[in-house]
Design a protein around this ligand. Structure first.
Ligand code: 0X9
Ligand code: ZN
Length: 357
């Protein structure tokens, strides 16, 4: 009926596990957030409690960026869909016998809580003694982007985590989608803590990105989607163009799996009606989730930029865009996600490189 709060996400994950023992389990990621909150994952698979059995893992994430509310909703709705389909839908049942699916709907728990509470947590007007005026122009925190890493050298009000980091690049916090260890420190990420795309003090300096690193390094993640909003895009690595100079002094070139990753990206885009493109065609980025995960593990990774033009569209539109209903008839993310899961089960089966397609 409406966007989930952080507590709502946790309650739904717990309920899924409680109602479907053997199929669903929840677990805590190893590092607590900057503010000490636990970050939860839900895992869905046939015989989910069986010891590690070599099944590939498909990872679905949302809400690296606090304000991008639909990104968590689409992630958790996919979990619900898989649970509903297990035992009743042959395709889903078969996929869940061959792979494990892990969903982390809220990566940036601290930031999301601030954004969702939309400025109700703090009223800074009384303490605007620095006289910047910009505080008054930022009445709510719904548009907060980054995490809650507070930084030395910033005025006390700018160190308030509840502040939006944009517009105006205002406020402390690390951009979690610039903090991964892939091309960290390169173009398209800021070195100054106040900036909206601040990369952090070092690669993986943040507990929230460490969580995802541990998850991907400890399991066999052969495919992932990290959801963001907005612009109706399916983005694939890399975040910098092939003529960019790499660490060896030579141009990076396209990723070795470019042809296969393009083919899957295009097939997903045919399902959701988005545009499939290289990440760098949007703009340069470094330190992003899938630039690290793909280059570190070879598992395919995509960013979905959900929705045409809003961070917080009316909730019924978010549901329709997931299902492919209403004005999104026939163009839903559900089917695109299933293609990604299918590919993660057997990457070679769909590869234009192996020719088995
Ligand atoms: O800038 C970002 O992090 C993403 N856009 S957003 O509006 N959600 O902030 C785009 C990232 C694109 N680059 C890669 N995924 N490599
Ligand atoms: Zn984003």
């Amino acid at each position: 009926d409406s966007y989930r709060s952080l507590a709502g996400y946790h309650a739904d994950m717990d309920r899924l596990a409680a109602e479907h023992p053997g199929l669903v389990r929840t677990f805590a990621l190893p590092r607590k957030s900057i503010e000490g909150k636990t970050v939860y994952a839900v895992e869905i698979a046939h015989d989910v409690d069986a010891p590690e059995d070599g099944r590939p893992v498909f990872l679905m994430m949302g809400l690296h960026h606090a304000r991008e509310w639909p990104s968590g909703e689409h992630a958790i709705e996919f979990a619900f869909d898989l649970v509903r389909g297990y035992g009743s839908d042959d395709r889903i049942t078969s996929l869940l016998k061959k792979a494990r699916v892990i969903v982390v709907p809220v990566v940036n728990v601290d930031g999301f809580e601030k954004s969702f509470n939309d400025g109700q947590l703090v009223d800074l007007r009384g303490i605007d003694e620095g006289g910047t005026g910009s505080i008054l122009a930022t009445p709510g925190n719904a548009y907060k982007r980054k995490n809650c890493r507070m930084a030395d050298g910033l005025a006390p009000f700018a160190n308030e985590c509840a502040l939006a980091s944009s517009p105006g690049g205002f406020g402390a916090g690390v951009d979690l989608n610039r903090n991964y260890g892939g091309f960290w420190g390169g173009p398209g990420a800021a070195a100054e803590p106040v900036q909206a795309t601040y990369r952090g003090a070092a690669p993986f300096s943040e507990p929230e990105t460490q969580n995802i690193r541990e998850l991907i390094s400890g399991r066999q993640v052969t495919g992932l989607i990290t959801n963001h909003t907005f612009s109706n895009l399916v983005l694939r690595p890399n975040g910098v163009a092939p003529d960019t100079t790499g660490p060896d002094g030579l141009p990076l070139g396209d990723p070795p799996d470019e042809a296969a990753m393009k083919e899957l990206g295009d097939r997903m885009a045919a399902q959701n009606g988005y545009t499939s493109q290289h990440s760098w065609q949007l703009y340069d980025t470094t330190g992003t989730t899938e630039d690290w995960s793909y280059n570190a593990t070879g598992g395919y990774g995509y960013t979905f930029e959900i929705g045409p033009d809003e961070f917080h569209p009316p909730f019924p539109e978010v549901v329709d865009e997931y299902l492919g209903a209403g004005e999104y008839a026939g163009k839903g993310n559900r089917e695109a996600f299933l293609l990604a899961l299918e590919n993660a089960v057997d990457p070679a089966a769909h590869s234009v490189i192996t020719g088995k397609a």
